[in-house]
Design a protein around this ligand. Structure first.
Ligand SMILES: *Cc1c(COP(=O)(O)O)cnc(C)c1O
Length: 352
C-alpha cells in the first residue's frame, strides 16, 4: 500500500476545530461533590441511577469489546447505531456540494440518504448481475473528490458476502477512505476485517448490536479503525452520544456471548430450511444465496404478493422498486412458527 496521509483526506476545518469540552471530560474522577454539570442533585422521579451524565468515551464498554474483538480500545468508536457513525464519517471527509461517496447498488439505503442530507454527491458503480464486486470498475470510476467508498459485506439487500480478494483490491488501491459495513458478518463464514485493520490505515469497519446481538432497539453501532481516525470521530461526535442505559445494557449482554452464538447458529439453520421451503413454492422464481439473516426472493407478481402478505399481517420488505432487485422481496429469517406462517400464506396464493 502507498503511505497514507489521513490529514490529506480530512476536511481542512476539522483539523483545526476546537471540540466542546464537557464537564465529564474536564474532570473524569468518580468521587467528589459534583456541582459542575447542572444535574438534578436529587435524581429523577424514578431512580437516582441516571441523574449523572454518562462516560462520554464509554471506557468500560470499550474495554470489554477490546477483549472480545482482540483489538485495542483506542481503535474502537461507538455510535448511536451504525447510522450515527456513517453520518460522522461523511462529516469528517466529505465537503458538501464538492465531494462524493461511492456506493455499489443494490446496497444499504442509508449511505445515499445520508449523503443527500449533507448535499454530498453519490457515485454509483453497480454490483455485477450476480451481485459480485467489480473492483476494476470501482477503481476506474473513482475521482479525486470521491472521498469514501462504502462496501457492505454480507450485502443488504442481496444477502451475499462479497469476495475477500475483491474487497482487498479496493482497500489496497482506493485513494480515500474505505468503509466496510459488516452488519451481518456473524451470519457468514467469513472472518471480520477487524483482524487485519492494522495493515490498512484507510479502512473503517462497521459492526452493530442491531442484528446478531438482538439489540436493534438499543441503538448501538461499532466502528473499528486507526487510532487517528477514531480520534477525529471523537472530536466531532456529540459529547454524550451514548446514554448510560445503553452502555449498561450492552455490557450485560456482552457477558453472555455464548447465547448470542446459539442464536446465530439457530438463525443460520433456519435460513437454510426456509430457503429450501421457499424454493418449492410455485410463485417463487429464485431464492438468492444468503450469508446474512434474511433472504432475497424473486417472486412472480411480487407487488401483489407483498400487499396480500401485509393484509395477512405478515410483513416483509418490498424491494420491487429497488434498482437491480426487480420483482424481489427481502424476507428476514423468523422463528420456526413465523417462517411456517409465511410459507403457509405464500403457498395459499395463486399466481395470476
Ligand atoms: C441493519 C444495518 C446496519 C445497522 O444499523 P444500526 O444503525 O446499527 O441499527 C448497518 N448497515 C447495514 C447494511 C444494515 O443492514
Amino acid at each position: 500500500m502507498q503511505p497514507f496521509d489521513l490529514e490529506k483526506h480530512l476536511r481542512t476545518h476539522i483539523q483545526s476545530l476546537k471540540p466542546y469540552a464537557s464537564a465529564r471530560h474536564e474532570y473524569a474522577g468518580v468521587e467528589g461533590i459534583f456541582l459542575d454539570a447542572n444535574e438534578n442533585p436529587f435524581g429523577s422521579t424514578e431512580t437516582a441511577a441516571y441523574m449523572r451524565y454518562p462516560d462520554p468515551y464509554q471506557q468500560t464498554l470499550k474495554a470489554r469489546l477490546s477483549v472480545l474483538k482482540g483489538i485495542d480500545a483506542a481503535h474502537i468508536f461507538l455510535g448511536n447505531g451504525s447510522d450515527e457513525v456513517i453520518d460522522l464519517l461523511m462529516r469528517l471527509f466529505c465537503e458538501p456540494q464538492a465531494d462524493r461517496i461511492l456506493i455499489m447498488p443494490p446496497t444499504y439505503g442509508m449511505y445515499a440518504v445520508n449523503a443527500a442530507i449533507h448535499r454530498i454527491g453519490v457515485l454509483e458503480v453497480p454490483l455485477s448481475e450476480s451481485y459480485a464486486l467489480r473492483p476494476e470498475k470501482v477503481l476506474k470510476s473513482a475521482t479525486p473528490n470521491t472521498k469514501i467508498c462504502f462496501i457492505c459485506s454480507p450485502n443488504n439487500p442481496t444477502g451475499n458476502a462479497l469476495d475477500v480478494a475483491h474487497i482487498l483490491e479496493i482497500v489496497e488501491n482506493f485513494e480515500g477512505i474505505v468503509v466496510l459495513d459488516e452488519a451481518y458478518i456473524d451470519f457468514s463464514g467469513e472472518a471480520s476485517f477487524v483482524g487485519v485493520l492494522e495493515k490498512y490505515p484507510n479502512l473503517v469497519v462497521l459492526q452493530t448490536f442491531s442484528k446478531a446481538w438482538g439489540l436493534a432497539g438499543l441503538r448501538l453501532g461499532m466502528a473499528f479503525a486507526s487510532t487517528q481516525i477514531i480520534g477525529y470521530l471523537n472530536k466531532i461526535k456529540a459529547p454524550y452520544n451514548l446514554g448510560r442505559a445503553t452502555q449498561e445494557i450492552a455490557l450485560k449482554n456482552l457477558a453472555n456471548q455464548a447465547q448470542k452464538e446459539i442464536f446465530v447458529q439457530k438463525i443460520c439453520k433456519l435460513r437454510e430450511s426456509l430457503s429450501r421451503a421457499l424454493q418449492k413454492i410455485p410463485l417463487v422464481e429464485k431464492v438468492y444465496p444468503s450469508d446474512a439473516n434474511f433472504l432475497l426472493v424473486k417472486i412472480t407478481d411480487a407487488d401483489r404478493v407483498y400487499r396480500t402478505l401485509v393484509e395477512r399481517k405478515v410483513i416483509v420488505r418490498n424491494q420491487t422498486n429497488v434498482p437491480f432487485c426487480g420483482g424481489c422481496l427481502r424476507i428476514s429469517v423468523g422463528t420456526p412458527a413465523e417462517n411456517a406462517q409465511l410459507l403457509d400464506e405464500l403457498a395459499g396464493l395463486q399466481s395470476s
